[in-house]
Design a protein around this ligand. Structure first.
Ligand SMILES: C[S@@+](CC[C@H](N)C(=O)[O-])C[C@H]1O[C@@H](n2cnc3c(N)ncnc32)[C@H](O)[C@@H]1O
Length: 282
C-alpha cells in the first residue's frame, strides 16, 4: 500500500456550511488527511471487502440497488458503447452497465474488492466486462476513450476528489456522459441533522454487528465532512467545462447524482470553457 503514499494532496475541509452540532471532531482509524489518505482508504476496503455487499443492503435497506440502477439510466449507455466505472468496488454498477450491452471496464485500487467482483462475474452472465486494478486519480486510459464514465460512492474517498473528477472527464469522449452518485448534504437543517445522526449512530452499529468494524462505517460521516457533495461537485463540473450539468437529489438530498457531458471541443482537463451551462432536463 506504500505505493499510494505521496499521490495525495490535502484539500481543505469543506464543512463550513454545516452545523457544528452535526460534526463535532471525531478521530477515525480510516480517515487521515494528506499523505496517508489513500493508504487508509485502501486498508478500510481491504478489511471490509467480503462483507461490503451485505452491509450496503442493511444500511440502505436495499435501496442502494435502485440508486445504482438510476445512475446507470443516467449514463444512458447503448449497446456497444464503452463505459468505465471508477472505484467500482464489488462491481454492482459495472454489472448493471454491462447488462445494457456496453463494453465495460470497472476500476478499483483495492484488490480485495476486485476479487469479490471477479467472483460475482464467474456466477453471472455479464457480457463484455473486465475489472482492472488502478488509481482513480491517475486513470490508465487514453484521453477520450469512453462514452460514459460513472462513479458510485467513490469520489468522496479520494485524496483529491477534484483530480478524480478531472480524470473521469479526461477519459470521456467528447459528448460522453460523466455521472457521480454519492451521499449528499441535504439543504434542510432538520433533515440534515436527522440524517447525519443516522450516519453517526446507526450505520457504525451495523458495521459493528455485520463486519465487526465500527470505525469503518463511522468513516462515512467523517469522509462526508471533508467532501463538498452535490453542490461542490456541480460547481466543479461547471469550472471543468461540462455541459448539460444537472443535480438530482434523492430522499431530500441525502443521496444525489451529478451529471454532465464533455463538450465536443473541450481541451485539457481543468480548463474552463464558455460552453458550460446548467440544466435540469434529464
Ligand atoms: C464505497 S466503495 C464504492 C464501491 C462501488 N462503486 C459501489 O457503489 O458499491 C469505494 C471504492 O472506492 C475505491 N477507491 C478509493 N480510492 C480509490 C482510488 N484512488 N483509486 C481507485 N479506487 C479507489 C475503494 O477501493 C472502494 O472499493
Amino acid at each position: 500500500m506504500g505505493r499510494w503514499a505521496g499521490q495525495n494532496k490535502f484539500h481543505a475541509p469543506c464543512d463550513r456550511d454545516l452545523p457544528k452540532l452535526d460534526f463535532a471532531p471525531v478521530s477515525n482509524t480510516f480517515y487521515a488527511p494528506g499523505e496517508q489518505r489513500a493508504a487508509k482508504v485502501h486498508a478500510l476496503f481491504a478489511t471490509i471487502a467480503r462483507r461490503y455487499d451485505l452491509i450496503n443492503d442493511v444500511q440502505s435497506f436495499g435501496m442502494h440497488r435502485r440508486w445504482k440502477r438510476r445512475l446507470v439510466a443516467l449514463a444512458n449507455v447503448k449497446p456497444g458503447d464503452r463505459a468505465l466505472d471508477v472505484c467500482c468496488g464489488t462491481g454492482d454498477i459495472a454489472f448493471a452497465l454491462a447488462a445494457k450491452r456496453a463494453e465495460v471496464t470497472g476500476l478499483d485500487f483495492t484488490e480485495q474488492m476486485i476479487t469479490v467482483a471477479e467472483a460475482k462475474k464467474q456466477k453471472a452472465e455479464s457480457g463484455k466486462l473486465n475489472f482492472v486494478c488502478g488509481d482513480a486519480m491517475n486513470l490508465p486510459f487514453a484521453e477520450s476513450t469512453f462514452d460514459a464514465v460513472t462513479v458510485g460512492y467513490g469520489l468522496r474517498n479520494l485524496a483529491s476528489w477534484e483530480t478524480g473528477l478531472s480524470e473521469m472527464i479526461r477519459v470521456a469522449k467528447p459528448g460522453g456522459r460523466v455521472v457521480v452518485l454519492d451521499f449528499g448534504k441535504p439543504d434542510s437543517a432538520l433533515w440534515r441533522t436527522l440524517y447525519f445522526g443516522y450516519l453517526r449512530l446507526c450505520v457504525p452499529v451495523f458495521g459493528l454487528v455485520f463486519a465487526r468494524q465500527i470505525d469503518a462505517y463511522a468513516y462515512i460521516l467523517e469522509s462526508l465532512k471533508h467532501y463538498p457533495a452535490q453542490r461542490g461537485v456541480e460547481a466543479r463540473m461547471r469550472e471543468l467545462g461540462l455541459k448539460n450539468i444537472s443535480v438530482v437529489n434523492l430522499i431530500g438530498g441525502a443521496m444525489s447524482f451529478n451529471y454532465g457531458e464533455k463538450t465536443e471541443e473541450r481541451g485539457c482537463p481543468g480548463r474552463s470553457t464558455s460552453e458550460s451551462q446548467t440544466g435540469s432536463g434529464m
